[in-house]
Design a protein around this ligand. Structure first.
Ligand SMILES: [Zn+2]
Length: 300
């Protein structure tokens, strides 16, 4: 697939609208290869990852963008992450899930979607929240853009076990377009028109058509500049240091009990399935003055 695992940026030459298009193949399959997700869960995770890459396409600094959904329903947690270098990973935790016909709201039993942006080297991070009121993840995220970022956006997402794809259109503020000017009314009309055209794209087209053909099929009457794609790859951020921090937070007593029971402590990364081993000496080192460092935040 020549177009797989690429994030494309594009812009309308004559309108204050920009966009991103992404299709994930190998990187998506690597994300789920160690998991046996039921189809509704893998589709949702695929859509979330595509959305995450599209959103990370606008990151202006070194860091990471995460989409996290939590709720009391059959799917308890979904986490998708993309770095500024377009390294992706994601995971979902779930119980018994209905085979089909589920909405995002019903899969999570309501719940909330959080968008978190972390900048490398900074302790504080940005977080925006939106409650899951829509049937589809894309619509929930459109709501997020409208409310949290005041950035009118149209988002289409599609996923299947071997591929996931998405297109994001965003209206950018045009210079000199105050709300009362005739230009503003024109820009409103153009944005509505582009949104209606985008809505005609089917999931099959989004997953199958080459990037240029998607734009031509949707916006044949508009001049569009399509930029070369940036590679997206699966990359887990787990490390021995991060796992050490999590083990330290369990406490020495708990770890000594595990050592007595099993001989060593094994931690398996939820994202990449990599196993990290700690024997009695390693565990002692975790709690020595030299090895003690503050535990990192979040999942390893
Ligand atoms: Zn990992």
């Amino acid at each position: 697939m020549p177009e797989g695992d690429l994030l494309h940026r594009f812009l309308f030459e004559n309108l204050a609208i920009r966009g991103h298009l992404v299709r994930l193949d190998a990187s998506w399959r690597a994300t789920i290869e160690h998991h046996d997700y039921p189809r509704p869960v893998s589709d949702l995770l695929g859509e979330a990852l595509a959305a995450c890459v599209l959103m990370a396409g606008s990151l202006k600094f070194s860091g990471r963008l995460s989409l996290q959904i939590e709720g009391p329903g059959p799917v308890r947690l979904l986490l998708a992450q993309c770095t500024h270098r377009h390294g992706i990973r994601g995971v979902a935790r779930h119980g018994e899930v209905p085979a089909d016909g589920s909405t995002v709201a019903s899969l999570f039993g309501g719940g909330q979607l959080a968008v978190t942006i972390e900048q490398d080297g900074r302790a504080e991070h940005y977080q925006g929240l939106v409650s899951l009121e829509q049937a589809q993840l894309a619509a929930c995220l459109e709501q997020y853009f409208g409310r949290s970022e005041q950035l009118p956006s149209r988002l289409l997402l599609a996923a299947r076990p071997d591929r996931t794809a998405g297109i994001l259109l965003q209206r950018v503020a045009a210079a000199g377009a105050e709300s009362e000017s005739p230009h503003a009314a024109e820009a409103d009309d153009a944005w509505r028109r582009i949104g209606l055209l985008a809505a005609t794209l089917s999931s099959a087209e989004l997953l199958e058509l080459p990037c240029r053909d998607i734009l031509r099929r949707l916006f044949s009457g508009d001049d569009i500049r399509l930029f070369a794609g940036t590679p997206v790859h699966f990359r887990c951020a787990c490390s021995r240091e991060r796992v050490s921090g999590i083990l330290r937070s369990l406490g020495e007593g708990e770890l000594q009990a595990l050592l007595r029971e099993r001989g060593d402590v094994e931690v398996c990364c939820e994202f990449c399935n990599r196993a990290w081993h700690f024997d009695a000496v390693d565990v002692a080192g975790l709690f020595s003055a030299v090895g003690r460092q503050p535990a990192p935040r979040g999942l390893h």
